[in-house]
Design a protein around this ligand. Structure first.
Ligand code: AMP
Length: 214
């Protein structure tokens, strides 16, 4: 199972990815998570990525392509993978295609989570994440059992630095300009499954699972 989760910020890609990992036991590759990890460790890559992420801009293609394809070469990706947040530009998608062709790893399906812009902002600003294990919550939609504390590992939840109204507005606009054309790109390739991402979590996941198994 080799799949890409496509969709605007706040569509629920990370949440669906966590459910996919649980059910199908394949690695979840989130370029955003890789950058955040590098930022917290203070690496050179993290410092570079931070300049763009704090503004809600995309990190330059060459940097992202390198870290994503490196990660895809790891042994655990032999059984499949879920890409979350990559590719985000047509150039990234073309380079990914080249890479997957070279390594004989054809994509199974591209899941496109569709959510209206007005719902996205509410989801983004209410999101809280666990800095330790990566679990994601929403203050009203998907609260942890104990306020502010991760159900999985007990760490204190935080708000992502780019989950504020100003940065999120830019991220949504960047998505519409630079990432949305990928829907057309994968539609032409005949491998896209459009799924309503605004239904309750179990319903969305049922539809995602059906698309993965089709
Ligand atoms: P995410 O966690 O997927 O919402 O990504 C957070 C931020 O990381 C984005 O707003 C970008 O600044 C950066 N980023 C993550 N993935 C990519 C990508 N494929 N291309 C460019 N920038 C990315």
């Amino acid at each position: 199972m080799r799949t890409i989760l496509l969709g605007p910020p706040g569509a629920g890609k990370g949440t669906q990815a966590a459910k996919i990992v649980e059910k199908y036991n394949i690695p979840h590759i989130s370029t955003g998570d890789i950058f955040r990890e590098n930022i917290s460790k203070g690496t050179a890559l993290g410092k570079k990525a931070k300049e763009y992420m704090d503004k809600g801009e995309l990190v330059p293609d060459d940097l992202v392509i390198e870290i994503a394809t490196d990660r895809l070469l790891a042994d655990d990706c032999k059984k499949g993978f879920i890409l979350d947040g990559f590719p985000r530009t047509v150039h990234q998608a073309e380079k990914l295609d080249e890479f997957l062709k070279q390594h004989d790893m054809p994509l199974t399906v591209v899941i496109n989570l569709e959510v209206e812009d007005k719902v996205l902002m509410e989801r983004i600003t209410g999101r809280r994440v666990c800095p330790k294990c990566g679990a994601s919550y929403h203050v009203t939609g998907m609260p942890p059992k104990k306020e502010g504390i991760c159900d999985v590992c007990g760490s204190e939840l935080v708000q992502r630095k780019d989950d504020n109204v100003e940065t999120a507005t830019n991220r949504i606009s960047v998505y519409n300009k630079q990432t949305k054309p990928l829907i057309d790109y994968y539609e032409k390739a005949g491998i896209i499954a459009n799924i309503d991402g605004s239904t309750p979590l179990p319903v969305t996941f049922k539809n995602v699972s059906a698309a993965l198994e089709a």
